[in-house]
Design a protein around this ligand. Structure first.
Ligand code: G3I
Length: 367
């Protein structure tokens, strides 16, 4: 009996020291693994990535991310090219890609004033807009029922001062259209999480408008599960205080908070946010780093990302997902907006799919 107890004791010590050893030398191999107990880690995927055209990029996606948002292929211009025609080809490929690789899909986006089908520009009557709005939500949400984890039901409905944007939907359907979009999506896809998504909605005035919008949906007895703060921020100017205040205020509404389109702008820009219709003129100073990023900028990027992720970790009970808007620097939309053909460096992986110093700072928070 004594021998048995002794063996058990020795076995327990070996087991314990083994765990301790593993813990102290543990190195996470990926973002999704490092943060798996904290929040999901997502990326935006473009058509080439959905079609797995580059094996290196594909390996990186599968290794690093457990959620994905289509960068473009689920927007209405692409899904709904003609009044009575839908094309789900690329979006279905995304669903299959997610299924194969254990990556949950956030649908993006059902109702957005931008990237609308061409025929919408010719529509004048409120009845026709209403028909488009209803049919589009019902058809698309039903098609992806049980296939997407969540929907950005409405995207960017607010102005910077927190009032509702004067979009075609606001003009023709009135201010209740946002609530109505959530109601229709809930009916068509009852088990899917439903989110409102915007940029700059960590800024106080826009945040207040966003809170009013969310409360209005809730007061109508319609479900909203979360809010996306897009997170298109600028090097050295990240509004950490506003972000923290927003996480707290949104979570107090009883909903999840997500960072849905994270990137950090490195290049000169004279405005904040992600209003796609805004453009800037090209000049001699607008593309300062075509051949690589100076060390001090690389360091500041790493520091900014580290501070951001510290904040997200501090509020991991409220933040459920952090999604980067692109896989590597070469894919980023910021190479072509607000000026075409610049060389930008806003993400954690470089143009050769290699982790940057910012990656090591972020993942280092968990080691
Ligand atoms: O597909 C056409 C291609 O056929 C054509 O040859 C080419 C020439 O310009 O354009 C291609 O379409 C482009 C499309 O991206 C796919 O690459 C559009 O011009 C371009 O405007 C479009 O930009 C997208 C932008 O939304 C449009 O609104 C960006 O990729 C995408 O990253 C961006 O994503 C938005 C989010 O959905 C919402 N929040 C802001 C965010 C950044 O703007």
């Amino acid at each position: 009996m004594k021998i048995k107890i002794f063996i058990l004791f020795v076995w327990a010590i070996v087991l314990f020291s083994n765990f301790t050893f593993q813990d102290s030398t543990y190195k996470a191999q990926s973002l999704k693994e490092a943060f798996k107990k904290d929040f999901a880690i997502g990326t935006a995927l473009n058509s080439a990535q959905i079609e797995e055209r580059n094996p290196r990029v594909n390996n990186l996606i599968v290794q690093q991310f457990n959620m994905a948002t289509p960068e473009n292929v689920m927007k209405s211009a692409l899904l709904h090219p003609k009044w009575d025609t839908y094309d789900f080809t690329m979006a279905d490929k995304l669903i299959a890609f997610g299924h194969k690789n254990n990556i949950k899909i956030n649908g993006h986006t059902l109702i957005w004033h931008s990237q609308l089908p061409g025929f919408m520009r010719r529509i004048q009557s409120s009845d026709s807009v209403k028909t488009f709005f209803t049919d589009h939500i019902k058809t698309v949400a039903s098609h992806f029922k049980g296939k997407v984890f969540s929907w950005d039901v409405v995207n960017e409905a607010l102005n910077e001062d927190g009032t509702l944007r004067n979009s075609v939907f606001f003009q023709k359907l009135g201010e209740n259209y946002v609530t109505e979009a959530f109601r229709l999506t809930q009916e068509a896809s009852p088990n899917t999480e439903l989110y409102y998504n915007d940029y700059n909605n960590e800024q106080p005035a826009k945040r207040a408008g966003c809170i009013r919008l969310i409360k209005k949906i809730q007061e109508a007895g319609v479900r909203i599960d979360g809010v996306g703060i897009q997170g298109h921020w600028h090097l050295g100017k990240i509004p950490f205080k506003d972000i923290e205040e927003s996480i707290l205020q949104y979570a107090a509404l009883g909903i999840k908070v997500m960072i849905t389109e994270l990137d950090i702008e490195i290049l000169p820009r004279n405005f904040q946010g992600a209003e796609v219709s805004q453009r800037m003129a090209n000049n001699a100073e607008s593309n300062p780093y075509p051949n690589g990023l100076p060390d001090e900028i690389q360091k500041q990027l790493a520091d900014d990302y580290e501070t951001l992720f510290k904040l997200f970790l501090k509020h991991k009970d409220k933040v459920t997902r952090v999604t980067f808007w692109g896989v590597n620097d070469g894919d980023s939309w910021l190479n072509n907006w607000p000026i075409r053909g610049r060389t930008n460096y806003p993400l954690l992986f470089d143009r050769n799919n290699q982790p940057k110093p910012a990656y090591f700072k972020v993942i280092g928070l968990k080691e």
